[in-house]
Design a protein around this ligand. Structure first.
Ligand code: NAD
Length: 486
């Protein structure tokens, strides 16, 4: 069993209280890590280390020196690629190929991409007229915001954490990271990388624990944390926003979704089915951008339902390193119970169960894991709980539609507004619809294609702010104006 400690001022430290918690494997519920739970004292030490790094060596580096170090971090992650893949597989139970091809390479890329952004970004300037005719020149400068509290989820832990730590450090901030209690390992490994590369002590700190009355709340309530970036559930975002209001701290939020996918009869049918088999079932449905509501134009409705059913029934359950397998468990027993409660609710609400709806028979010790079947329902009204609430599991409800106006109205009839995927060969219609659906990200004839220079975030209750490319600078820097009278 691994021992995971907090990482404060460049040292791995257990909490003074001796409090620890167990991390269980999603595969078979075995205890795989004993994790030190940070108390107020450890969180305070981490925040103080982060602040003194700002005022010390880190704050004194040139942009060029910082960029060099961040390239070093990316290269060291790549050198220790197998360790990161193994740690992330162990925490999440998800297939090795997803770790190798998406989650870990993206984690390394997050340091390079934002180092490049900082290198290339221009500042704004305005010349203005003045009554004496001599004029004035305004220009903006960017300064780091300070100590950033980074609170992360478990669903793609390393990729989502570095998506915040990369730009935060590129902009010259320091961070105190609170990883999810379900995925402590890669955040700890990144501490080793920071030390190996020579990132000054206190720039990157990690405190482990839970949310309320634990490390999450202690970080977000700490008065010396200057701003908070959070990815997770909308309800948690509400609690963090209240904490951030003390001291007027800025927030950047990437929250939940209940994303609609729309398929018109003129779409490339096979490509659409293939894409929905990913957007509904990838990562066992634990993708914030995934599709839980599918709307299919009536002439192809039955055919589409049957085709997606075939895909759902073809998933291969197995351990991450089983190369025949492409489908893992949910993250935890607790999440399994939540997803299964929605599986029951769908039936109670009168859904037609197309496939799944339960727990698969797993061999041997895997029977103790957090496995659930990929599930499809039809026949529910738009008001049903499983059509309105984020389940975050491998499931979707499919309904037919007859017109563009009708499907736009349905897609928008939710408190969330994260992403949508629209399938049609009529590009005029696709562009028109992209402007009408209230989400941060619209994919047309695709899903999950991400250019890291583009703005990423949610509308309505799916988020506040945009991160990605230069958009990340809005949150991770303070822009100041300098006005020079000529
Ligand atoms: P969660 O909100 O339960 O937990 C996220 C983090 O917040 C964890 O580290 C947790 O310990 C911490 N936390 C919980 N309560 C807290 C509190 N009161 N104060 C401070 N910290 C607290 O979310 P999760 O279950 O880990 O992740 C799944 C959710 O994340 C889903 O809703 C999903 O849609 C969302 N998500 C969104 C995006 C996006 O980009 N919009 C990406 C991934 C996941």
């Amino acid at each position: 069993m691994r021992q995971i400690e907090n990482f404060i001022a460049g040292e791995f430290v257990a909490s003074a209280s001796g409090k620890r918690f167990d991390k269980h494997s999603p595969l078979d519920n075995r205890i795989i890590c004993s994790v030190s739970e940070a108390g107020r004292g450890e969180v305070d030490a981490a925040v103080r280390a982060a602040r003194s790094a700002l005022q010390g060596e880190w704050g004194g580096l040139t942009t060029e020196q910082r960029i060099e170090l961040l390239y070093g971090v990316a290269n060291e992650i790549t050198r220790r690629f197998d360790d990161f893949v193994e740690a992330e597989m162990s925490d999440t139970g998800q297939p090795e190929h997803v770790m190798k091809h998406v989650f870990i390479p993206r984690g390394a890329a997050n340091f390079k991409v934002f180092a490049d952004v900082i290198k290339n970004v221009a500042s704004e300037s305005f010349q203005m007229d003045t009554p004496d005719g001599r004029g004035a020149l305004n220009y903006s400068i960017r300064r780091p915001k300070g100590v950033i509290g980074v609170v992360c989820p478990w669903n793609a832990p390393f990729m989502l954490m570095t998506w915040k730590v990369g730009p935060a450090l590129a902009c010259g901030n320091t961070v105190v990271v609170k990883p999810s209690e379900e995925s402590p390992q890669t955040a700890a490994l990144l501490g080793e990388v920071m030390n190996a590369v020579g990132i000054p002590k206190g720039v990157y700190n990690v405190v482990h624990g839970f949310g309320p009355d634990s490390a999450g709340e202690f970080v977000t309530r700490h008065p010396q944390v200057d701003a908070i970036t959070f990815t997770g559930e909308t309800r948690t975002g509400t609690a963090i926003m209240k904490a951030a209001s003390e001291g007027m701290r800025d927030v950047s939020f990437e929250l939940g979704g209940k994303n609609a996918g729309i398929v018109f009869a003129d779409a490339d049918f096979e490509a659409a089915v293939e894409s929905f088999s990913r957007s509904v079932f990838l990562n066992t449905g634990q993708v914030c951008l995934g599709t839980e509501r599918v709307y299919v134009e009536r002439p192809i409705f039955e055919r589409f339902v049957q085709a997606l059913k075939v895909k759902a029934e073809a998933v291969k359950y197995g351990r991450p390193d089983d190369h025949q397998a492409n489908y893992g468990p949910l993250i935890s027993q607790e999440h399994k119970q939540k997803v299964l409660s929605y599986y029951r609710k769908a039936v109670e609400e009168g859904a037609t169960l197309v496939t799944g709806g339960g727990v698969p028979q797993m061999p041997g010790e895997l029977a103790e894991g957090a496995w659930v079947q990929p599930t499809i329902w039809t026949g529910l009204p738009e008001t049903a709980a499983v059509v309105q609430e984020e389940i975050f599991g491998p499931c979707c409800h499919i309904s037919p539609f007859d017109s563009e106006d009708e499907v736009v109205e349905k897609a928008n009839a939710t408190d969330y507004g994260l992403s949508t995927t629209i399938w049609t060969s009529n590009l005029a219609r696709a562009h028109r619809m992209a402007g009408r659906i209230d989400v941060g990200i619209t994919w047309i004839n695709s899903w999950f294609l991400r250019d890291l220079r583009t703005p990423f975030g949610g509308s309505k209750q799916s988020g506040i702010g945009r991160e990605g490319g230069v958009h990340s600078l809005e949150f991770y820097t303070e822009t100041r104006n300098v006005c020079v009278k000529l």
